[in-house]
Design a protein around this ligand. Structure first.
Ligand SMILES: Cc1cc2nc3c(=O)[nH]c(=O)nc-3n(C[C@H](O)[C@H](O)[C@H](O)COP(=O)(O)OP(=O)(O)OC[C@H]3O[C@@H](n4cnc5c(N)ncnc54)[C@H](O)[C@@H]3O)c2cc1C
Length: 332
């Protein structure tokens, strides 16, 4: 039996990370009716902040940099709104002096800022995207169905391809080859509440060159946590090797490797596994066009740069393509 369509929208954006939020904001500004769906309890995707008592952790993206003027302008706006501040200009004495921004009180504040004015439905997991005449149908994991004139899909590329395949969307061979080649690093992230301040020095971030740890950040020195609290990111190699092992034991291995920078006991810890952490390679284009009539585009950090800024640029590029496709330029 055919399920009833739960909701129609001009454009449906799948994913409320930086790419999806940027795309949705640009579409809304252009006057389109846009709805964002995300499977998570929080918006922001990999820009994630977690609280444990008086401790606050950024456990995904650690900071944001801006090379593109449009993204730099967005950060200035966020700063004026009080949700972004400069963290530092590098983590070593020989650093490049380039500004590293952080969200305040944490990275998720930047996502919350980007979501202002948008209609977002959380805890909605899309299961398949299919074509019905001149519309897209989006089937949820709970069998609810949405319909849209255009779609921007911002889940990490391997997950996006699964949704298209589940809905019987055939990709042109060259595009399929390009997209199937995109792989991501994995990252096991440990969040530990400490019994006292760590031995780390300001500004509180450090990328070891050897061992299982790729990055360690003292969230108190960073200025986001009342209690001493560190985030430890494992390397891709270590995360892949330990992926199916006991997570608590893996966290203990990482905490023990971090001991020389902590120098203090651990009160409690949690671990989060990022299956899709950062793209290992990016596509040469800012977004991927699956179809323009009706529009279906893929966007995210796999397209315009493997970081928050790239995700925003990709979201904007996808939004522009949808705006052009849905509102053809008139001959005057
Ligand atoms: C550990 C780690 C450290 C990082 N450090 C930095 C850093 O310091 N600086 C930096 O610039 N970048 C960093 N990054 C990368 C940065 O976080 C990403 O480049 C950026 O956040 C990607 O944004 P996005 O919108 O493309 O994807 P995401 O943030 O992954 O958003 C995709 C969204 O889609 C949703 N979704 C997926 N599938 C479905 C579905 N089926 N149905 C509904 N919703 C779905 C997800 O819930 C998610 O919210 C880091 C990432 C990680 C994981």
């Amino acid at each position: 039996m055919q399920n009833a369509i739960h909701r129609n929208a001009d454009v449906l954006v799948i994913g409320a990370g930086m790419a999806g939020l940027s795309a949705a904001a640009a579409l809304r500004k252009a006057g389109l009716e846009v709805l964002v769906l995300d499977k998570g309890k929080q918006i922001g995707g990999r820009m994630a902040t977690r609280r444990v008592g008086g401790a606050t952790f950024d456990h995904g993206a650690q900071f944001v940099t801006a090379r593109d003027p449009r993204f730099a302008a967005l950060l200035e706006e966020a700063q004026t709104a009080g949700v972004a501040v400069e963290w530092c200009r590098g983590f070593t004495p020989e650093a490049d002096g380039h500004k590293r921004w952080r969200g305040t009180p944490g990275m998720s504040a930047l996502a919350n800022f980007g979501s202002i004015g948008l209609e977002i439905v959380q805890e909605k997991q899309v299961a398949a995207v299919s074509l019905m005449g001149d519309h897209w149908l989006i089937r949820m994991a709970d069998v609810e169905i949405y319909s849209a004139g255009a779609i921007i899909l911002t889940a990490p590329v391997p997950q996006a391809l699964v949704l298209l395949e589940a809905g019987g969307i055939q990709l042109e061979q060259a595009l399929k080859t390009r997209l199937s080649a995109i792989q991501y690093e994995r990252c096991l992230a440990v969040m530990a509440v400490l019994k006292g301040p760590s031995l780390m020095q300001a500004p509180g971030g450090f990328a070891p060159t050897h061992g299982p740890i790729a990055w360690i950040a003292d969230n108190q020195l960073k200025g986001i946590s009342d209690e001493p609290a560190v985030t430890i990111h494992a390397t891709d190699a270590f995360s892949v090797a330990q992926w199916d092992q006991n997570r608590d034991e893996t966290a203990r291995v990482l905490l023990s490797a971090a001991e020389k920078w902590l120098g203090v006991g651990i009160k409690s810890f949690q671990i989060h596994a990022w299956r899709y952490s950062k793209p290992k390679q990016t596509d040469p284009l800012r977004c991927a066009v699956v179809s323009l009539s009706p529009p279906l585009l893929l966007a995210g950090d796999a397209f315009a740069g493997p970081r928050v800024e790239g995700a925003a640029l990709s979201g904007w590029a996808a939004a522009e393509a949808v705006i052009h496709a849905t509102r053809p330029v008139q001959n005057l």
